[in-house]
Design a protein around this ligand. Structure first.
Ligand code: GLY
Length: 367
């Protein structure tokens, strides 16, 4: 077992730890019985994750004197829906879950968001533990308590803030993750660094492609989680600073909405969005062009898209992307809100974006 890093998320009585490293699950074993006073642990997971990791997690629970009781749902975003939520809540009620018990979310962002939401409303709220099995979920969705489902009106338009009691980010669970998914998750680490941790960005840049491996990756996950924990502790419900974590995401959501289903990964869209946020900040004279070049350079080194042209789908139309950006949840008074940067590690919320200028920028770039 390599060193396990403990990152606290400070939210008063609702504070919790994120345990990061290869072997984090084993390190958490002695803590587990506290969450399951009835001796059984309901694990929500999907069919794909169950095949890979359910036995490992069940064995660990057994070693802690607990019985695993799995609920296996269909993989993919369709489970993150009203129907999926109803099904899951019914499964929890069928098991006669009590308020004293926690539920384990074992999987990627879909499972974490869905399980967290179901936990927050079942019997007016039960606790839950996140065991993320993708890098993306480890560094972003498993921490901070955002839960939810998608509806016809948009992704994550219905949900709650419900903090987990513990997050176990065991790097061993990533061993089977395809490189493409690993890279896509890494984009959120780069994002955290670009928002507010220039030192982390420098370390990632120095490591180049090896930032995606071994102890360097564990340390980067812990640093990104620590950065997110600081922001969440300051602004749990996104009244201000937490919106900074959306750096690159306004562009990314527009790419994802325009691309055919499953053509691009969320993290790939985020990477292209990060490059664009810096390129646009440089164009507006807000940040040095050199910083935008460094961002694009590191994304390339990590095997990530350094702009829309490098995404696996290429048919972008500036006007259509702008239309998508008008639907963003961050917008206020009908104006597009962007997260821009005054330099690496110096992101800020920009409410002064001129749509005509942004359209021209995109048109030039997409030519
Ligand atoms: N993924 C952004 C947040 O948790 O606020």
């Amino acid at each position: 077992m390599s060193e396990i890093l403990r990152v606290p998320v400070g939210l008063g009585a609702r504070s919790y730890d994120v345990l990061v490293g290869a072997g984090a699950l084993a390190a958490a074993q002695s803590r587990l019985p506290d969450f399951f006073p009835r001796g059984r642990a309901i694990i929500v997971t999907d069919r794909n994750v169950a095949a890979l990791h359910l036995k490992t997690v069940s064995d660990r629970l057994e070693a802690a004197g607990l019985r695993a009781d799995p609920v296996v749902v269909e993989p993919g975003e369709t489970s993150k829906s009203w129907d999926g939520l109803e099904h899951l809540v019914d499964c929890l009620l069928d098991r006669n879950i009590e308020r004293s018990e926690s539920v384990i979310a074992l999987g990627g962002g879909v499972i974490g968001d869905l399980t967290g939401f179901a936990a927050s409303i079942t019997k007016r709220g039960v606790d839950f533990i996140q065991i993320p099995t993708t890098l993306l979920a480890q560094v972003d969705s498993s921490v901070g308590g955002k839960t939810g489902i998608n509806t016809g009106h948009g992704k994550n338009f219905v949900g709650t803030f419900h903090q987990p009691r513990l997050v176990i980010a065991d790097m061993d669970l990533l061993a089977s993750l395809p490189l493409r998914e690993q890279r896509a998750g890494y984009a959120e680490i780069v994002k955290a660094a670009l928002v507010g941790d220039a030192g982390l960005f420098g370390r990632l840049e120095a490591a180049g492609a090896s930032a995606l491996e071994g102890d360097v990756l564990s340390a980067a996950v812990a640093a990104a989680v620590a950065f997110k924990a600081k922001i969440v502790a300051e602004d749990e419900r996104e009244a201000g600073a937490r919106a900074l974590l959306n750096l690159g995401h306004t562009f990314a959501h527009a790419f994802e909405a325009e691309a055919p289903k499953d053509a691009i990964r969320h993290g790939e869209a985020v990477a292209a969005g990060l490059a664009l946020a810096f390129a646009y900040s440089a164009r507006r004279g807000l940040c040095p062009a050199e910083d935008a070049d460094r961002v694009a350079g590191h994304l390339r080194a990590a095997g990530l898209p350094d702009g829309p042209g490098a995404l696996a789908h290429g048919d972008w139309v500036a006007e259509r992307l702008i239309d998508r950006m008008r639907d963003d949840k961050k917008n206020r008074d009908g104006r597009i809100t962007l997260i821009l940067a005054r330099g690496i590690g110096r992101a800020y919320i920009d409410r002064d974006t001129d749509e005509t200028d942004l359209t021209r920028f995109l048109e030039t770039l997409l030519k």
